[in-house]
Design a protein around this ligand. Structure first.
Ligand SMILES: [Zn+2]
Length: 410
């Protein structure tokens, strides 16, 4: 950091107290409806190499500090869905973390990029492929039944179509297993957690008969991580019939293209949700959304005022922030929140842990605690008061994934 940069930083830290009056007593409550907790990055792997320990506990603690009350974890393969349920089961039984992490729930399903697992070679040479597919479906079904009993599974998915990534799964296989998994979905009273990229017409062609013929017991469908344009959004919202509701969730990836940003006003406020899709889909400096972000404390991160106070009045931190040289270990605060941020290969060497009450963010790794940034951008783009935006997204998420009557198979 140059001396002018550190001067700027200390100046921006010291002027923060001015904005205290700007914050009200309002405390936001977030429901992050998309988090990939079994992703390798949360296990310390980057580019195939392990750099640090699994830190999901710290990631979850940080989420609750920043008002993330509930998280729907995404299952994207049979094994990942199972592992996700196991993580939730373990954490729920861990008395140490009863009150310091958000409420956790999970989906079960096979992502379009992973559906070739339905055709993995059988261990039994004589078994034909259809028998293997049946077995895999049965395993999914059993996992859902187990997850429902535990009150962990709250949605079926993610399932759908992804034509941006046909190199993982060819189109015909994506179509086949989207259809097959929708048939399985008809057995459960679970909302659908849907993934759709650049495939709107085929997506609608497959899912429409399930809606028109009233085949799904649960009438709530979420198309998550929306990255399309107005035309696609209109087509998706047009699916609403027979009391079915189409919800749309927005993350950093939804805010990277102007055409998607321009479409967002078409989403009715009672159909909108927000998510991080972490560790992916962060808001980047190069995105048109970035300019909407402001430094906390603000309506989206109000209680960070205290954290900032603590940090700005901490001589040691100020000293390190303003006197960094090439020789001393670096300390950088995230641009928008009073959390240190560090590169993944430096995480284990972070020397200032005792000065902060949360672990550093890792550069380029998204976390649920950053959902307030999504809320801020969406609130500003749609010109909706922060409280109204945040409360509606939470209410919609609770309506679909919160405590509900989960009727098992009939
Ligand atoms: Zn997805």
């Amino acid at each position: 950091m140059t001396s002018s940069q550190s001067l700027l930083l200390s100046k921006s830290l010291s002027t923060l107290s001015i904005s205290k009056e700007a914050t009200s007593d309002y405390i936001p409550k977030y429901f992050d409806v998309g988090v990939n907790i079994t992703d390798k990055m949360f296990d310390g792997y980057y580019h195939g190499k392990k750099y640090n320990q699994n830190d999901i506990i710290n990631v979850l603690k940080k989420s609750l500090i920043h008002h993330v009350n509930d998280i729907l974890l995404t299952g994207s393969s049979l094994i990942e869905s199972k592992n996700t349920i196991d993580i939730v089961k373990k954490l729920r039984n861990d008395d140490d973390h009863l009150n310091d992490i958000p409420n956790l729930y999970s989906t079960v399903g096979v992502h379009p990029c992973t559906v070739l697992e339905f055709e993995n070679e059988s261990e039994n040479e004589n078994e034909d492929i259809n028998t293997y597919i049946e077995k895999h479906l049965q395993n999914l079904e059993n996992l859902i039944i187990e997850g429902l009993k535990l009150n962990i599974v709250k949605a079926f998915g993610e399932i759908g179509l992804d034509y941006d990534r046909l190199h993982y799964t060819p189109m015909d296989k994506q179509l086949k297993y989207f259809q097959i998994q929708l048939e399985l979905a008809t057995k459960f009273n679970l909302p659908l957690f849907l993934h759709m990229r650049s495939a709107v017409d085929d997506f609608i062609k497959i899912i429409k008969p399930f809606i028109e013929n009233n085949k799904l017991k649960n009438k709530n469908l979420l198309v998550h991580s929306f990255t399309g344009n107005s035309n696609e959004l209109i087509k998706l919202l047009d699916l609403e019939k027979n009391d079915y509701k189409i919800f749309i969730s927005i993350n950093g990836a939804s805010l990277r293209d102007q055409s998607t940003i321009d479409s967002l006003h078409l989403i009715p406020i009672n159909r909108l949700m927000i998510e991080t899709d972490s560790p992916w889909c962060e808001i980047k400096k190069t995105h048109p959304s970035y300019k909407f972000l402001t430094k906390s404390p603000n309506k989206f991160y109000p209680s960070d005022y205290e954290n900032y106070e603590k940090i700005t009045s901490n001589n040691k931190i100020n000293q390190v922030l303003t006197q960094q040289s090439k020789k001393s270990p670096s300390l950088t605060l995230f641009e928008f929140l009073p959390i240190p941020i560090i590169k993944h290969d430096k995480f284990n060497k972070f020397q200032y842990m005792e000065l902060f009450n949360e672990t550093p963010l890792i550069k380029s790794r998204n976390e649920p605690c950053l959902i307030g940034l999504v809320a801020e951008v969406v609130s500003k783009i749609l010109a909706i008061e922060p409280e109204i935006l945040i409360d509606n997204c939470y209410k919609n998420s609770m309506e679909v994934f919160g405590e509900m009557d989960t009727i098992e198979r009939t």
